[in-house]
Each structure stands twice: as structure tokens, then as C-alpha cells.
Design a protein around this ligand. Sequence first.
Ligand code: MN
Length: 184
Amino acid sequence: MNQTPTKTDKLHFVVQEHRATRLHWDFRLEMDGALVSWALPKGPCTDPSVKRLAVRVADHNYDYKDFEGVITGDQYGAGKVIIWDEGFYEPVNLPAGASSLHDNWLAGGDLKFSMHGRKLKGLWALFLTAGGRFGANSWLLVKKKDEFAASGEIVQQQPRSVRSGKTVDEISEADGCIGCETWD
Ligand code: MN
């Protein structure tokens, strides 16, 4: 049974590096008991002058935040996954009296939040642009200016899993597997 968190619960986030047909980072924010998800072709960037494309993709089940391993098969998404970062986040522009993060925050297409991860920290913004080749699913992720802003590419500077210490290329089916038929 899923339990819908109350507003006083900490909200989890996870960023999973995913080496599928194309390398990308899946940025997932817990909202109302599910993981609202965006795929970032270049990953997050801590430089406030850099806006990163974030394509909204299907919500995932809450438990998927703990997956690190290999997705087998030929389907889109097959490939290796690491938990690149994880922690908690806090919405900072949630309307007073809001009862649903989906209806009262996400639907507005303008998310400002504070991140408390191992790698990603401080104030970030994620906003709908509704343009470009991904149409209504096109969002941009940008770091806001604060003491956690920094130049450079954090996904390259800190490439390892915060759970296992492995890079995405070091992951094997022994680390976990979705789609594997047997474990003999
Ligand atoms: Mn993915």
C-alpha cells in the first residue's frame, strides 16, 4: 500500500545517471507519493549562467528512487543506472494553503526549491518553457545564485554513485537488475 506523505514529511529527490541509448540524468522529485521525473541530456549544472534542458517524462513509483543496476532487454531505457545523488528538497514558492504538490505547484510550471543532497545543494529553479522539439514537456533547470553555486560540470567532477561509489560504467547485473529472468 502506498502511503501519501503529509506536508510535514521530508520530500525525497534522486538523480539517476542512466546510460541508455543516450546518456542522460533522470531528475526525480517526490510529489504526493510518486516521483515526478525529468530527463536531462547534459545533467544538472551548478553554474547559474547555464540553463539545462529537462524533458518531463513519466512519473515513476516512489520505490524506484532506490534502484541502481541494469535494465535489461531491448526496450527504450535498457542500460545501466546509478544513484548519482539523493537527499531531500523543500519547495520555496508553494502557495499558502496548498494541499497537492501536483495541482498547486507542479501545474504552475514554475518550481523553486532548496536541495539538500550529497552533491546538489542550495536554491534551484525548474520551469516550463513549452517550446522547442519537446513541446509541452520542455522545462529548464537552473541553479540560483547562492553559496552553493559553482563553475564547472559537477556530473564530470563527481561522477560516482553516492550509494556504491561506482561509476555508471562499473555497474553490472550483480548490482541489481530490472528485467532479468533468473538469478542462477
Ligand atoms: Mn532514463
